[in-house]
Design a protein around this ligand. Structure first.
Ligand SMILES: *Cc1c(COP(=O)(O)O)cnc(C)c1O
Length: 244
């Protein structure tokens, strides 16, 4: 985002790029929704983005979301996109309606138990480590079928798709195979389990156009919409520190 541009101006440009990527891939632009990733930004940015037309918002840390969401306008649908520690499941379920980062069967078990206890009905995605990078969170592809099987017998969780993070590289073309693989796995698991997994959460600021060409339905955009993230200043005693 350039300094003199509003979020609304930037969004018009991003939406045009998404539409162009859809056209290239023979998809309809309304198959793709933007998740505005507001981590490190405050409730003022949430409001401006909402007024510009963004409806879905993503945060990667439960503790940061725990002060920000209550202070933000109501209306947004909040998505947890970062790793969920098992001891933060309860607050995460209070704050988020969609959890993209489900990466183990024990986490599924805990989500199901607490969601059931508290009457939450979250939508979940399984995070898949397609690229096989050891530093990345996520299930290995061969671990996913067991997790799908488990998720399908949960009463309180609705599995609607898959999420992945491509390794960061300056050339977005290098991320293309990761996105294409996630889509291929999705198609395979839909067949294998006779289920629908409509949501593919993939693509960030540097590679969302490629992700859309490869089938993304949710792109998670921070920097391209809101500019570079400010160095983290704790806003409350209990917030997580920002690790750049
Ligand atoms: C921060 C973050 C994003 C957005 O990153 P940008 O490069 O700023 O668009 C997307 N997904 C996850 C999981 C993130 O943590």
């Amino acid at each position: 985002m350039e300094a003199d541009k509003t979020i609304s101006d930037t969004l018009v440009d991003v939406q045009a790029r998404i539409a162009a990527a859809c056209a290239k891939a023979g998809r309809k632009p309304d198959e793709v929704e933007i998740i505005g990733v507001t981590k490190t930004h405050g409730p003022d940015v949430v409001r401006e983005a909402w007024e510009a037309g963004i409806r879905l918002f993503g945060e990667n840390k439960v503790q940061e979301a725990a002060w920000k969401i209550p202070e933000s306008i109501s209306g947004p649908s909040w998505h947890l996109i970062g790793h969920l520690q098992r001891n933060k499941v309860r607050p995460a379920l209070e704050l988020f309606s969609v959890i993209h980062s489900v990466d183990s069967v024990p986490l599924l078990e805990r989500l199901e138990r607490i969601a059931d206890e508290c009457g939450h009905r979250p939508e979940i995605l399984l995070e898949v480590n397609v690229s096989g990078e050891s530093s990345k969170e996520g299930l290995k592809p061969e671990q996913v079928p067991e997790a799908i099987e488990y998720a399908l017998q949960c009463r309180s969780l609705t599995l609607t798709g898959l999420m992945t993070m491509a390794p960061f590289c300056p050339d977005p073309e290098l991320a293309r195979p990761v996105f294409a693989h996630l889509r291929t796995y999705r198609d395979r698991w839909e067949q294998e389990f006779a289920i629908g997994l409509p949501n593919l959460s993939m693509g960030m600021s540097n590679d969302y156009e490629v992700a859309v060409e490869e089938g993304a339905t949710w792109v998670r955009l921070g920097t391209v919409l809101f500019g570079h993230r400010p160095a983290w200043r704790p806003q409350r005693e209990d917030t997580d520190r920002w690790e750049p």
